[in-house]
Design a protein around this ligand. Sequence first.
Ligand code: PMP
Ligand code: GLN
Length: 404
Amino acid sequence: VSERSSGFGDTVWTEFTPLALKHKAVNLSQGLPSIPVEDFIIDALRQQAQPGWQHQYSRASGFPRLVEVIADYYSPEYQRTLQPLTDVCITSGATQGLFLFFQTFVNPGDEVVIIEPFYDSYVPQVEMAGGVVKSVTLRPPKADLGRPATSADWVWDPAELEAAFSERTKAVVINTPHNPTGKMFSREELELVARLAQQHDALVLADGVYEMLTYGEEHLQIAALPGMWERTVTLGSAGKAFNLTGWKIGWAIGPQELVQPMQLTQQYIPFCVSTPLQHALASAWEQAIENGFFDRQRRRFLGKRERLMEILNDAGLQPCMPQASYFILADTSNVEFEAPSQAPFARDYDFCRWLTSEIGVAAIPPSCFYTEPNRHLGARFARFCYVKQDDEIEEAARRLPRLA
Ligand code: PMP
Ligand code: GLN
């Protein structure tokens, strides 16, 4: 294998969903929704099963009707009229959108600032482009807050963020709402990123895949801050927005100067993304706007968030209330358990393997969301996903004893 691929092992996803299946555990690990897909989406997909052009290649950077829906949907958020053909590029999930961005803009030796913990694809993808990761860590909530912690209490040290930028900084990745904490970065935090990006002439990659999954607070687009449209590419995902993780359709939005080179690069990666799924998504999205799908989904997830918070509290874990997304990070440090240690050694891996095999509830060990030297920072926690059917969540409640 090439040097760039030689360091890869199995990801956390490759381990934990099969482990949950093996032990018949309630799978609260991977962000793998098990709630049924709504009928209007199934119908939109069913309509593709007929003769026609939808079975052939589409325009490389996106089926026109889909990029039009996306441009119309997002224009108000960016306070500008998005041009469907030049400001949007369809990708095979946001994961491929990340790859496309790094391949298009990062030269060997360029630095990319990333906030830890992070979605585990960021680092290998930057490195495959020859880039160098400069990471800045969000600190967990302090113990003496005097109130229950929320994801807003995960904060960076602004001086550390500032120090991560240099004349070699090509880009900064900001994921809001954030996986795994559920944090929504505040206006002040985004303004600091914006100021540093402008000062160092860096691009911003805004990973907004969980932007639809907010529960009261307004999602802020860093691209809509003054002077930021020109230097920001924002990623979205139908996997998260519509609960269709297997469709693998994502989108990148930005100014023509940035999106056009991505469109050109995209011709040489997948060429284009699955046409029938793009057709179906365009139709489903148009209907979703009419039928109130996004609000309905938020209300449904909010109930699940409340219930899983309660269950984790009852189990004696210390869950941190997420502002958005569909994950809860819980502090497990007061739980005593006996588990044989296996590689990779980290307490959270041992805890999550034990919880899956002995208790029958699967969760994700968050140390996989840190760079190697900082893995210990995730070791106190476990990440639970609540985009699951109510009876699965109740089964988790029945299985979880008082752990601490
Ligand atoms: N970014 C973040 C923060 C994520 O958690 C995920 C997880 N799916 C992705 C990107 C990738 O999204 P997709 O499934 O559309 O590739
Ligand atoms: N983003 C999803 C999660 O955090 C998983 C993505 C994947 O399976 N690669 O659970």
